[in-house]
Design a protein around this ligand. Structure first.
Ligand SMILES: Cc1cc2nc3c(=O)[nH]c(=O)nc-3n(C[C@H](O)[C@H](O)[C@H](O)COP(=O)(O)OP(=O)(O)OC[C@H]3O[C@@H](n4cnc5c(N)ncnc54)[C@H](O)[C@@H]3O)c2cc1C
Length: 323
């Protein structure tokens, strides 16, 4: 009787065992899942929030070769493709990763899991402005996702903060529903492609305010406006808005792997095209690694490479054990 109990404890402590565990169900993670499960590896994807990651939060994707569709539609196609090949998807947050000998142990909100190889595809998340009122009014006027929250501002006045592609493309999306849109940028020049800048400029409902930073989000129960500061004159002004969408860049989500991977000063994984890290069996794919372009095609390409590298790594482990 005692023996049985001991065995039960041991087996439950072992958790689920996988060949390849993928952290993050964004494009890199789902791309990796397709390749890993197609290589007949027992594959799991952990996703803490929405499958599709960032791409599920955007409206129109018009630069992914062969497919022009809404972000959530593309995410659903990736998910189906990964499931069709046998990848398991678990909605859980990975809380920690530890390597013990030849095995990775992942603590998740759905229990403990073990894997021979791990593909870290946790991507990136929106940067915050870090000014008073931002946190307080998030979800009550302040948002980081036009596709998720744009519909709440039908006919209303909103501001988009940022000067890159995301600020402009999401601004263009919002213009389909809002009454008035201000694009606020701290400089005069934009990082965004000229194509998007011209499109937004030519819309009569839009107005671009350059050399301005938001110093405070102001309101009562909901956001009422923004306190702005002119970066050249220092002059302050108040802009009445119902909503504010912040697109000022991304922060890599690499905190949990920092002991196993070299990171640059911004927190991106110093990992090359082969996605290999200094820790054998751990691979980083997608927006979380250093690269010249953070786009769908690139994330998927990384996912494919990481899966093939992980498969090769496991084959090597197996051959050492047999040998
Ligand atoms: C507004 C916007 C518009 C865009 N438009 C385009 C476009 O038109 N064309 C294009 O090519 N690209 C576009 N991009 C970029 C593209 O979406 C990204 O390059 C791509 O999503 C990166 O994929 P990823 O899998 O590396 O990371 P992400 O998409 O960031 O996915 C990472 C996933 O990991 C999950 N995760 C993180 N930590 C954990 C954890 N501990 N446990 C479990 N899960 C975790 C996250 O919830 C997330 O779902 C856009 C991005 C944004 C923000």
């Amino acid at each position: 009787m005692l023996d049985v109990k001991v065995m039960d404890l041991e087996s439950s402590d072992k958790g689920n065992e996988w060949d390849i565990a993928i952290v993050g169900g964004g494009p890199a993670g789902l791309g990796a899942a397709i390749y890993a499960s197609r290589s007949m590896r027992k594959t799991v994807v952990f996703e803490k929030s929405v499958l599709g990651g960032q791409i599920a939060t955007t409206d129109e994707v018009d630069n992914y070769p062969g497919i022009r569709a809404k972000g959530p539609e593309i995410a659903a196609m990736f998910e189906k493709h990964a499931r069709d090949f046998g990848a398991e998807i678990i909605f859980a947050e990975v809380l920690s990763i530890k390597k013990v000998e030849d095995e990775f142990i992942l603590e998740t909100t759905e229990g403990k899991h073990r894997a021979k190889a791990v593909i870290w595809a946790a991507g990136a998340e929106p940067k915050k402005l870090g000014v008073p009122g931002e946190k307080e009014f998030t979800g009550r006027g302040v948002s980081y996702c036009a596709v998720c929250d744009g519909a709440f501002f039908k006919g209303k006045t909103v501001a988009v903060i940022g000067g890159g592609d995301s600020a402009f493309t999401e601004g263009l999306y919002l213009l389909n529903m809002v009454g008035k849109l201000y694009l606020i940028h701290r400089r005069e020049q934009f990082r965004a492609q000229r194509y998007y800048v011209e499109q937004l400029k030519s819309n009569p409902k839009s107005e671009i305010l350059t050399n301005k930073v938001v110093v405070e989000f102001v309101g009562d129960k909901f956001l009422k406006g923004l306190r702005l500061k002119d970066t050249k004159t220092g002059e302050e002004s108040f802009l009445e808005v119902d909503g504010a969408f912040i697109y000022i860049g991304l922060r890599p989500v690499n905190d949990l792997i920092k002991d196993y991977v070299d990171l640059d000063e911004r927190g991106f994984a110093l990992v090359g095209e082969d996605t290999k890290t200094k820790t054998p069996g751990l691979f980083v794919a997608g927006d979380g690694r250093i690269k010249p372009l953070r786009q769908l095609v690139h994330a998927l390409s990384d996912g494919a490479t990481a899966a093939i590298m992980a498969d090769e790594y496991i084959r090597h482990l197996e051959s050492v054990k047999v040998g």
